[in-house]
Design a protein around this ligand. Structure first.
Ligand SMILES: Cc1cc2nc3c(=O)[nH]c(=O)nc-3n(C[C@H](O)[C@H](O)[C@H](O)COP(=O)(O)OP(=O)(O)OC[C@H]3O[C@@H](n4cnc5c(N)ncnc54)[C@H](O)[C@@H]3O)c2cc1C
Length: 479
């Protein structure tokens, strides 16, 4: 048991850890120091906020920290004194800890271009990481007619689609020959570019930005082919870098992220790291599911609730949150040696599918466009279940006349081990147990399991399972 716990960072990981600690019995003092001024919010939902699908109040993380937690907003930690077990804050405070947890996240990369000072971006130029960034983009978009997005990865495309939804003429500039090259091959990238074009987002590929000029009236981006693009605002979406400065200065082991073991301990046993800033088994985060799973492990360990708790990475599924584009990506982007690679491309219908298979297991998949197999593919990937001998049903998203070996998405037949909420790692079995324990509505199930509270893309599935449970119950009661 640990008396005084300090959490540095009040983002998705830090806020979740505070909530996890509050939910466990015991006498401890938890202090959260967060550099941002805002109460904890769901960073994932910023894409929906930018697109105007939700308002600011909808992205707040309700009840993020329990009442026993001392949350100090707008307070940055500037140094860690490991010998004294004290942190120093920007407002001159020194606070002692028995255990310190770094949850400092990532920061958006500002490319080293003439005209861009990372500490003072021009008014009409913004990165897209925080609520303040989002406010800044929305302020610049007010009355604007056009926008440029530098970077055609997942986040850049979400920003581009969001701005197009607001009626702006949007162009994405990407240095690689096709979009989302970490997940897609050129054929898939071409299908995505075509789908985006139909939605009002043009793409300019294989060209690098060389300079930015901005004044109160607009922004000009100079490109490596000698041309220039002008717009009313520019969003930089050039990747993120783990925020490791504090840890590095304090002498902790840092590679790409702060190095942690299975207990999320850094090279100092009194300091842990979780979320985007942590590097576990050579991998840095970047998604909320591992951050929240790590918060749970640290809470179990620090409260003594489960001294055997260890972090075990789970397969992650990423979905593009952009209206009019269905895209799910999971697993490795390249085939394993000797593995199978199956692709299906139908540009006219905006459909693309790619399955990477090793033996009879999926090692990675991309499904773009309306593909009814998406739920099945995610289930197979999550559970490491064998794919059907005839892969066409998965690839094409329709029956092929071959008896289905794949799981179905009907709740009754869905295996209990199926992960329904990827962000919170909530299985169908957990939802059923929650129902049996007395929850009787979607709201009650969500309050107990936290399903749907991440990216929200599992909302329909959770509602479907609750409706099914409710129907099963009424049949049983009536019988
Ligand atoms: C627009 C957008 C959409 C996304 N969509 C998805 C998605 O669909 N699915 C998904 O899984 N992930 C998504 N992500 C990524 C996800 O948001 C991150 O993986 C997650 O926020 C990581 O949580 P974290 O707590 O580690 O970092 P953060 O949420 O970034 O929080 C870190 C906090 O620490 C604070 N901090 C840093 N240094 C200090 C210091 N010295 N003192 C005090 N405080 C400090 C920062 O100000 C920040 O508030 C998205 C990210 C963005 C920006």
């Amino acid at each position: 048991m640990t008396g005084r716990i300090i959490i540095v960072g009040h983002g998705m990981a830090g806020a979740r850890l505070a909530a996890e600690l509050s939910a466990r019995p015991g006498d401890r003092k938890v202090t959260v120091l967060g550099a941002e001024q805002h109460r904890a919010y769901n960073r994932i939902m910023l894409s929906n906020l930018l697109a105007g699908k939700v308002g600011e109040s909808d992205v707040e993380l309700a009840g993020a920290a329990g009442q026993a937690v001392d949350v100090r907003l707008g307070v940055a930690v500037t140094a860690i004194d490991r010998a004294d077990r004290t942190v120093h804050t920007a407002d001159g405070d020194r606070i002692s800890y028995d255990h310190l947890v770094l949850a400092t996240g990532s920061r958006a990369v500002v490319p080293p271009l003439p005209g861009l000072d990372p500490e003072a971006l021009p008014d009409r130029v913004a990165v897209f990481r925080t609520l303040d960034d989002c406010r800044r983009i929305l302020a610049a978009a007010e009355g604007a007619r056009s926008a440029l997005v530098l970077g055609g990865g997942l986040l850049g495309l979400e920003a581009a689609r969001g701005l197009a939804t607001r009626g702006l003429d949007v162009r994405v500039v990407h240095p690689v020959g096709h979009l989302m090259e970490r997940q897609l091959d050129p054929a898939g990238g071409a299908v995505l570019a075509r789908t985006l074009a139909d939605l009002g987002v043009r793409t300019q590929l294989a060209v690098a930005a060389t300079a930015v000029t901005a004044d109160p009236d607009g922004v000009t981006l100079a490109l490596s082919d000698g041309t220039e693009l002008a717009a009313d605002l520019l969003v930089l979406s050039c990747g993120v870098r783990p925020e490791t400065g504090l840890a590095r200065t304090a002498g902790l082991a840092v590679e790409r992220g702060v190095v942690v073991d299975d207990r999320l301990r850094t090279s100092d046993p009194h300091i842990s790291a979780i979320g985007d800033c942590a590097q576990h088994d050579g991998t840095v985060g970047g998604l909320v599911a591992p951050a929240w799973a790590q918060a749970r492990v640290v809470a179990e360990l620090l409260t003594g609730n489960d001294p055997g708790a260890r972090y075990r990475p789970q397969p992650v599924v990423t979905r593009l949150k952009a209206a009019g584009i269905d895209l799910a990506a999971m697993g490795e982007p390249t085939p394993v040696a000797g593995g199978e690679e199956l692709t299906f491309t139908d540009p006219a219908r905006g459909t693309y599918a790619r399955l990477l298979i090793d033996g009879d297991r999926l090692t990675g998949a991309i499904l773009l466009g309306d593909n009814p197999s998406v739920g099945t593919v995610i289930q197979l990937f999550d559970r490491g279940a064998p794919v059907p001998a005839d892969r066409r049903s998965l690839l094409l998203g329709r029956a092929t006349g071959v008896p289905a070996a794949a799981p179905v998405t009907t709740p009754a037949l869905m295996p209990d081990a199926t992960t329904v909420c990827q962000c919170n790692t909530v299985t169908k079995g957990a939802l059923v147990r929650c129902w049996r324990a007395g929850a009787r509505s979607v709201g009650e199930v969500v309050a107990t399991t936290r399903a749907t509270t991440g990216c929200g893309s599992c909302r329909d599935a959770v509602e479907g399972i609750v409706n099914w449970l409710s129907a099963v119950d009424s049949v049983e009661v009536g019988a």
